[in-house]
Design a protein around this ligand. Structure first.
Ligand code: ATP
Ligand code: MG
Length: 342
């Protein structure tokens, strides 16, 4: 085992905690994204962390043949980020297909995990079940190692994610540790940051997901939000109570209202009492529409200038490339001689 210290070009001085997280450009961001991770991202940015947001465009192809309306979805994600408080002056938004050195890290990283470890990942298994493809592609199978490249290329210390991402983050942590053990210290071992709503349920009672037709988009209109919440699955019991174990759908709605209103979901359940699901849904609808009204208006305004969105991405991609080039140089040096010809 080579544990010699790495002495290549130093990485850009990480004076601030770096936070990496991101989304697949498969559709509009939804309430699960906001309360699962986006709210934490913005908080961390406001506390002074350097936020890196990856728009995971290659990973769209993990569960489908073609990346439909990719440009539109990417612009949509950037608009959602900006409308909800991501500041492009302080944060970096990039698409990972635009950062070749990041993707090159996948090769050494794949050598550090076994096929059995990749196969055991419960989130990959779940995504295979919901995949639109009849056969599992190599990209789906290696998705978590690719995600390790997304996180480690910028040496992120903190990764605000939803619960489904925890198994992936474990693989990233394993890869970072194994790389450091084998080649010398290069990567910090990142920590996950979960929110109070790490698994918000969709209108069908399963994890809210952009690709599964059960989500309420952050950018939905007030009417669309009302219609979707009205159709959300609940249960037959009239009295409303907060019990995520035995009443997941009702509890997820209470949690959603609680997060919007900054109220305890138990208290909201008490308040609704015997008024039943219809009253609960009315409360949730008003809470969501009030909470997101300003951001929705801001998004509509920002959407008038897509040139601005493209400039932000261009800037973000340039910064991500500079960081990835430095990290890849360090990795090559640490691995002993994998240095690109000058
Ligand atoms: P897709 O169905 O296309 O996979 P998705 O809705 O699962 O879309 P992703 O882009 O895969 O969204 O996930 C982006 C981030 O949002 C991840 O950190 C993920 O954990 C988080 N997230 C997604 N859905 C939820 C949810 N329902 N509750 C909490 N966090 C979520
Ligand atoms: Mg997903």
């Amino acid at each position: 085992m080579n544990t010699a210290p790495v002495n290549s070009t130093p990485a850009p001085a990480a004076t601030r905690t770096r936070v990496l997280t991101g989304d697949r450009p498969t559709g509009r961001l939804h309430l699960g994204h906001y309360f699962g991770t986006l709210q934490n991202r913005v908080r961390l940015q406001q506390q002074g962390a350097e936020l890196m947001l990856v728009i995971a465009d290659y990973q769209v192809l993990t569960d489908r043949d073609v990346a439909d309306r990719l440009g539109e979805h990417i612009e949509g994600l950037v608009l959602d980020y900006l409308a909800l408080g991501v500041d492009p002056e302080r944060s970096t938004i990039f698409t990972h297909s635009a950062v070749p050195a990041l993707n090159q890290l996948l090769l050494p990283f794949l050598s550090l995990v076994s096929v059995a470890e990749l196969g055991r990942n419960p989130t990959v298994k779940d995504e295979i079940t919901h995949s639109r493809q009849s056969a599992v592609s190599g990209l789906m199978f290696t998705y978590p190692a690719h995600q390790a490249a997304d996180i480690l290329y910028c040496k992120a210390g903190l990764v605000p994610v939803g619960q489904d991402q925890l198994p992936h983050l474990e693989i990233t942590r394993t890869i970072a540790r194994r790389f450091n053990d084998r080649y010398g210290q290069v990567f910090p071992v990142p920590e996950a940051l979960l929110s109070q709503a790490p698994l918000l349920l969709g209108t069908d009672g399963a994890k809210m997901s952009k690709s599964r037709g059960n989500s309420i988009a952050l950018s939905a209109s007030a009417d669309e939000t009302a219609r979707l919440i009205r159709g959300a699955r609940t249960d037959a019991e009239r009295r409303i109570s907060y019990d995520p174990e035995s009443r997941p759908e009702v509890s997820s709605l209470l949690l959603l209202a609680g997060l919007c209103l900054e109220r305890d979901p138990h208290e909201l359940a008490e308040q609704i009492g015997d008024a039943g699901s219809a009253a609960l849904k009315r409360l949730v609808t008003t809470a969501v529409n009030d909470y997101f009204a300003a951001a929705r208006a801001r998004r509509a305004e920002l959407a008038q200038d897509l040139g601005h969105v493209r400039r932000i991405l261009h800037q973000g991609n340039a910064r991500a490339n500079a960081i990835a080039d430095e990290t890849l140089a360090q990795v090559r040096a640490a691995m002993g001689g994998l240095v690109a010809a000058a």
